[in-house]
Design a protein. Structure first.
Lengths: 638, 282
């Protein structure tokens, strides 16, 4: 075969293989369809994106959806189906997969949702995306109400539709009986502000909010509780009224902003987890922190009584509010902690002309928003007596958001002085949280014209005994801060050198002296030991034999022997006579012949030393040689 | 026409700038009022018999963190004045006593200390009088413990100097007794050491006690009438009488909104709001 036919055969085989793969691929390609329930939605709304996949080869799996930035998947539900039909022995299989993604919009714009893909038999197949337009909230056209579908949840089992959940997955080949008439859902616009990432519970749940997590003492913190009711739930939802527990806020003064007898207010609708929820405002409180610190607001809870499948407690979130005091800088005189809000004061004094000892009425109105103070400081002055006021209040919620109103104080003021008496000024310093600064509400009380009266009870007549008599006079000049100086006992050096060093010095001196004595004693003891003496005597003998005085040599030899007997045998042979030397040595365990030799040498030395003729040096040196031998013998024995 | 518009615009801008500058300066002046100025206002109000204004000014001074014995003393006088003129607010006597106690502790001026002591006596006499009428014990000042009384006999540094001197005498005496040859010197050294040793011990203990007092002990004055002592659980101590207003107590512990105090032999808990701490030099 030539080269060309061979090449042609190879090309032909490749083409056949390619064609076969294309055919095979065409047979296994699933039918994919991507749908959205609307193409235009408002910001924050949700849109349902549904991918349907049908194939006869293998079950589709691993569905994926690509989303651009500005859209987020909030939920996904997957429904796989299988159909196996056998007609006249011919088996026909069909696999399906329906995926429903709940997508929430986060930005205005035009987005391409997709592509979406599924895996079939190890191969991934994709379908092109769809375009979604997101418009500002509330501007989206109303959606067409989808046909009411029975959810797959077993909790929504209906006696009128026992098979619907089971029959739902079947394909077109089996027409489904319409067991439930389609319901028309109301056209609802959901409020993104009420949306949550996910429902806190099925059917019904509570959700609480606070308008701020940090505040100053006395500043209003608005606490709200909403109930969320699933509009898609096809069952009755009932809350046990006898098992409702309000939130605890022990560190706050609590004022309800909703009337106690008022029904829950409709707050709007929310789209959460692909479902629409009815949202009602059930509690709104104005909470005023009593003190600084991290103050907690406990959860509110209710008991869901129906549906039976979801019975249980529903609670709100708990919160912690970081509470501080208003800044000390710029704090006006007379500011009382907790006076926070925006207040105004007005006052009326009637009459202006009064007799001495008489009384006038002062009507003060304190109004504003915030924690309206329950008392105001009156300008105490000598000769003017403010009696306890009669207080009336009209306080409550202002537009469901703010607490406030007014308090009126009706004083009776007795005047004991005469002439033009100034009542002074009422003032109420407060912290304005909106403006973040202090302010002072003021009301001038003006001047009273007091006629002197002879019958007027004088101060001395009314008060027979003076209160706090003998108080010393005031001082007009500040003393100032003293120059800071360190205290002696704050310095460790003082304790070390000033207190501890002296006794320690004495202790060291005593100790050193004792140690010195001990060392000296030891040294002296060592110096007078038999071994030291022997060493000394041996050296003396060695030195003596170098000389020519035989007597000195004999004397040195005798002393060396005596020292050796003392050092090695522990026997003092000094002054021993005759055979006594040998006896003592023998008693000390020295061998008899060695003892005799030592005794002999000692005797010879004595004779030579005290002989009238005198001894010659050579014999003396010989005795020294023998004495060295005896000493070594004693040493070995020791 | 165009020039006129430009001129008008420039004039408007100038006026707006001036308004902003003036308001900013006013706000700055308002916020930046010096302690001396606030004190002067309070002192003037005190002279004029405006007790409430004086109290407001001296309290503002305290809120600013200004510690001064005269300010404390005048604050006490302002509260006392409010009582004297018949405009008493509950707790005024206690606050007056607190001001005088604080002034007495802080001052280095003997005259001011004497005046504060006299004022304190006047206020406590009034409290005692009221308690007598109410059938309550008249004891208003439980006094300090023996150790604190002894340690306060001398200044902290004096105890330190005494300790150092005694330490030196002890050591020298011991040296002399040890080294000296003559009997007289040896006896003298022994006597000096024998005397110096216990005094040294006492001086060290007192110096440490005074230091502890300075650094650790917190004291306060009861500023509410009728504050009943309770136990740790908040239950009123059976048979206890209300703490006297104006009493000086030692604060041992503090939890949440309650404080554990010692008043004489009494060791109990009271609300922190019933107490006002006595300031110390920073």
């Amino acid at each position: 075969m030539s080269l060309r036919p061979r090449v042609l055969l190879v090309v032909l085989a490749a083409l056949m293989a390619l064609a076969w793969s294309v055919v095979a691929r065409a047979q296994g390609t699933p039918q994919l369809q991507l749908q959205m329930d609307t193409d235009t939605v408002g910001l924050g709304d949700v849109v349902h994106v549904q991918l349907g996949a049908q194939t006869s080869d293998a079950a589709p799996s691993d569905p994926r959806l690509t989303l651009p930035a500005g859209l987020a998947v909030r939920g996904q539900s997957t429904s796989p189906t299988q159909t196996h039909i056998n007609i006249n022995g011919v088996q026909s299989d069909r696999y399906g997969l329906t995926v429903d993604w709940t997508v929430q919009t986060q930005r205005v714009g035009v987005f391409t949702i997709g592509p979406a893909s599924v895996a079939v038999g190890g191969t991934r197949f994709a379908v092109r995306g769809a375009t979604l337009r997101v418009v500002p909230a509330g501007q989206a056209p109303p959606r067409q109400a989808p046909a009411q579908q029975a959810p797959n949840s077993p909790f929504t089992f209906s006696p009128f539709d026992p098979w619907k959940g089971l029959l739902q997955g079947f394909g077109q080949g089996f027409p489904q009986p319409d067991l439930q008439p389609p319901q028309s859902a109301p056209q609802l616009t959901t409020d993104p502000k009420l949306s949550l990432d996910a429902p806190r519970a099925a059917y019904y749940f509570l959700h609480a909010t606070i308008d701020k997590t940090s505040a100053v003492v006395g500043e209003q913190v608005t606490f709200s509780v909403y109930e969320y009711i699933d509009l898609g739930a096809q069952t009755a939802i009932e809350v046990d009224d006898s098992d409702v527990h309000d939130a605890t806020a022990a560190d706050f003064v609590k004022h309800p902003l909703l009337r106690e007898d008022q029904d829950a207010l409709l707050a709007g609708y929310a789209a959460i987890g692909g479902r629409t929820w009815l949202v009602k405002l059930v509690r709104r409180w104005a909470l005023f922190p009593l003190h600084a610190g991290d103050l907690s607001i406990g959860p509110m809870s209710v008991m869901l009584a129906r549906p039976r499948s979801a019975v249980g407690q529903r609670t709100t979130e708990a919160f912690t509010v970081h509470v501080t005091e208003p800044p000390a800088a710029g704090r006006p005189p007379g500011y009382a902690l907790g006076d926070v809000g925006h207040f105004s004061l007005s006052a009326q004094v009637n009459p202006r002309d009064v007799d001495q000892g008489g009384a006038v009425g002062v009507h003060v109105e304190l109004s504003g928003t915030g924690n309206v103070p329950s008392s105001i400081s009156t300008p105490a002055r000598e000769g003017i007596e403010w009696l306890a006021p009669e207080v009336h209040e009209q306080l409550g919620g202002i537009g469901h958001e703010t607490f406030g109103g007014k308090r009126t104080f009706d004083y009776v003021v007795r005047v004991r002085r005469s002439g033009d008496v100034s009542l002074g000024e009422l003032s109420l310093p407060f912290w304005d949280p909106g403006a973040k600064r202090y302010d002072v509400a003021r009301a001038s009380l003006g001047v009273l014209h007091v006629k002197p009266s002879a019958n007027a009870p004088t101060a001395s007549a009314e008060a027979p005994e003076e209160t706090l008599p003998g108080l010393p006079a005031a001082v007009d000049t500040m003393e100032g801060e003293p120059s800071r100086r360190a205290h002696l006992d704050d310095a460790p050096l003082f304790w070390l050198l000033g207190v501890v060093a002296w006794p320690v010095a004495f202790g060291v001196a005593v100790g050193a002296t004792a140690a010195g004595r001990r060392v000296t004693r030891t040294w002296r003891t060592r110096k007078t030991s038999p071994a030291a003496e022997l060493k000394e005597r041996l050296a003396a003998a060695d030195a003596a034999i170098e000389g020519s005085d035989a007597r000195q040599v004999d004397a040195a030899v005798a002393r060396a022997l005596e020292a050796a007997a003392m050092a090695h045998a522990g026997v003092n042979v000094r002054g021993a006579l005759g055979g006594e030397v040998a006896e003592r040595l023998a008693r000390a365990g020295v061998a008899q012949d060695a003892a005799s030799r030592i005794a002999d040498i000692l005797r010879e030395c004595e004779l030579a030393r005290f002989s009238p003729e005198g001894a010659d040096v050579a014999s003396a040196r010989d005795r020294w040689v023998r004495a060295r031998g005896a000493i070594r013998e004693l040493e070995r024995r020791a | 026409m165009r020039r006129l518009l430009c001129a008008l615009f420039a004039l408007f801008a100038l006026l707006a700038f001036a308004a902003v500058a003036v308001s900013a300066r006013a706000a700055h002046a308002d916020e930046g009022e010096t302690p001396s100025a606030v004190f002067a206002k309070g002192a003037q109000a005190l002279r004029d018999g405006r007790a409430s204004d004086a109290i407001a000014a001296f309290e503002a001074l305290a809120d600013q963190g200004t510690v001064d014995p005269v300010a404390s003393y005048d604050r006490g006088l302002a509260y006392a004045m409010r009582v004297r003129i018949g405009a008493e607010v509950s707790g005024d006597l206690g606050r007056a006593a607190q001001g005088f106690e604080e002034a007495r502790d802080l001052t280095r001026d003997a005259k001011l200390a004497d005046a504060a002591t006299r004022a304190l006596t006047v206020v406590r006499s009034e409290v005692a009088r009221r308690r007598t009428r109410a059938g309550e014990p008249v004891e208003v000042d439980a006094g300090r413990s023996l150790a604190r009384t002894v340690s306060s006999l001398l200044a902290e540094d004096s105890w330190c100097v005494l300790a150092a001197a005694c330490s030196a005498i002890l050591a020298i005496g011991l040296f002399v007794r040890w080294i000296a040859r003559t009997r007289r010197l040896r006896v003298g050294g022994g006597v000096a050491a024998g005397l110096a040793a216990p005094v040294l011990l006492l001086a060290i203990v007192m110096a440490l006690a005074a230091r502890h007092d300075r650094l650790e002990v917190r004291e306060a004055v009861v500023v509410t009438p009728g504050s009943r002592p309770s136990d740790q659980r908040g239950m009123v101590v059976p048979g206890s009488t209300p703490l006297p207003e104006g009493a000086r107590v030692e604060v041992v512990d503090s939890r949440d909104t309650r404080a554990r105090i010692r008043f004489g032999a009494l060791d109990a808990w009271v609300p922190e709001s019933a107490l006002r701490a006595i300031a110390r030099w920073p």
